[in-house]
Design a protein around this ligand. Structure first.
Ligand SMILES: Nc1nc2c(ncn2[C@@H]2O[C@H](COP(=O)(O)OP(=O)(O)OP(=O)(O)O)[C@@H](O)[C@H]2O)c(=O)[nH]1
Ligand SMILES: [Mg+2]
Length: 317
C-alpha cells in the first residue's frame, strides 16, 4: 500500500494528485491518519450542499456555480456523491460530461465518489472528502448528491449552506413535506424556471414555508428560480449563498454548524464500528442456541460487547 508520507508530501506541495490519493484513502476507509494530520487546516472553505431529485439539474447548476466562483478567482472542489453503489456509473459519467468544461481548469478539482466501503457511510466518505479539499486550500467545496431520502439530510449536516433544487410540474412540492426537506433547505432552487408550472411551484414553496413559520432570529430560506443551462438566476443564487454565509458568521451559527458536522461524522464512524462488532458477534453465535427471541439475542450481544445497553428500554413503574 502506498505510504501516507508520499501522499502527504504531494498534498503539501499542492499537487492535485496528492488530494486525489488522500480522498481515495479516505474512501476505502483508511483515511484516519491523513484526516487527523490535516484537520488543523480545515475550516477555511465555504461548503455548499446541493441536493434534489434525479434529473432536476444539480450537475448543471453545479457547473454554473463553478463558473461563477472561478469568475471571482476562487478555487473549487466538487464532490459528486453516488449514494447507491460504486458500480452504477451512469449518473457519474453524466456528471463528468456536464462538468467537463472545468476539467482542464487547474483551479477546479472534481471527484465522484461512492459511500460504500467507508465505515461512516455516506457522511463519513463525503465528510472526509470535504475536509480534505478544505485542507488542501480549495476556497469553495460543492457537494452534489441526489436526494433519495436520507442523503439530503446528511448533506445538510455537513455543508455550511444547503441548496435544495426542485423541478416545476414534477410534484416535488408535495414530496417536500413528506421528506422533511423544508427543514434542511437554506435555499430553494426552482430550476427549469422556464417551465409553465414554475410560478406555481414557487407559490407552493412559499405557502409551505409560511405554514411552518420561521424561528425568530433564524434564517428564512430563500427561493431562487434558475435556468441552469442558460445561466439564468445563477448570479442571484450565488448572492443568496453569500448572504447565507454572512448570516452564519454574523449570528455565530457557523461555529455551531461546523461543530455539528464534526459530531455527525464522529457519530457515523462510531456507529459503523459498532455495527461491525455487532455483526461479528451475531455471526459467531451458534445458530441452535438462538430461540425466536431477537431481544434476548440483542441483549446477549450487547452484554458480550460490554456496551452496557439493554435491547429493551427499562420498564418504568
Ligand atoms: N429546460 C431546462 N433544462 C435543464 C435546465 N437545467 C438543466 N437542464 C437539463 O436537465 C437534464 C438533467 O440535468 P442534470 O444537471 O444532469 O441533472 P442532475 O440533477 O444532476 O441529474 P442526476 O445527477 O442524474 O440526478 C439535462 O438534460 C440538462 O441539460 C434548465 O434550467 N432548463
Ligand atoms: Mg448530476
Amino acid at each position: 500500500m502506498e505510504r501516507d508520507t508520499e501522499i502527504e508530501s504531494l498534498f503539501e506541495a499542492g499537487r492535485p494528485r496528492g488530494l486525489a490519493r488522500a480522498i481515495s484513502r479516505a474512501e476505502s476507509g483508511d483515511g484516519a491518519a491523513l484526516i487527523r494530520r490535516f484537520a488543523e487546516r480545515t475550516g477555511r472553505a465555504v461548503t455548499i450542499g446541493l441536493t434534489g431529485p434525479p434529473g432536476v439539474g444539480k450537475s448543471t447548476l453545479c457547473g454554473a456555480l463553478v463558473t461563477r466562483a472561478r469568475g471571482e478567482s476562487k478555487t473549487v472542489g466538487v464532490v459528486s456523491v453516488d449514494p447507491s453503489s460504486p458500480f452504477s456509473h451512469g449518473a457519474i459519467l453524466g456528471d463528468r460530461i456536464r462538468l467537463s468544461d472545468h476539467f482542464v481548469d487547474e483551479g477546479v478539482f472534481i471527484r465522484s465518489m461512492a459511500s460504500r466501503g467507508h465505515l461512516g457511510g455516506l457522511a463519513g466518505a463525503t465528510g472526509d472528502a470535504v475536509a480534505l479539499m478544505d485542507a488542501f486550500g480549495l476556497d469553495v467545496v460543492i457537494v452534489e448528491t441526489v436526494g433519495v431520502g436520507q442523503s439530503e439530510v446528511e448533506i445538510a449536516e455537513l455543508a455550511d449552506t444547503t441548496l435544495v433544487a426542485m423541478q416545476p410540474g414534477s410534484g416535488d412540492s408535495v414530496q417536500l413535506l413528506k421528506a422533511g426537506i423544508l427543514e434542511v433547505a437554506d435555499i430553494f432552487v426552482v430550476n427549469k424556471a422556464d417551465h409553465p408550472m414554475a410560478l406555481q411551484m414557487q407559490r407552493d414553496i412559499r405557502s409551505m414555508m409560511e405554514m411552518m413559520g420561521t424561528a425568530t432570529g433564524g434564517w428564512t430560506p430563500e427561493l431562487v428560480p434558475t435556468q441552469a443551462r442558460e445561466g439564468v438566476g445563477i448570479p442571484e443564487l450565488w448572492a443568496a449563498i453569500a448572504r447565507h454565509g454572512a448570516w452564519l458568521r454574523a449570528s455565530g451559527r457557523l461555529a455551531a454548524k461546523r461543530r455539528g458536522a464534526t459530531l455527525h461524522r464522529a457519530r457515523g464512524i462510531a456507529l459503523g464500528r459498532l455495527r461491525e462488532r455487532v455483526d461479528a458477534a451475531l455471526a459467531a453465535r451458534p445458530g441452535s442456541s438462538d430461540a425466536a427471541d431477537p431481544y434476548a439475542l440483542a441483549s446477549d450481544v450487547l452484554l458480550e460487547l460490554g456496551a452496557g445497553v439493554a435491547a429493551e428500554p427499562a420498564a418504568t413503574s
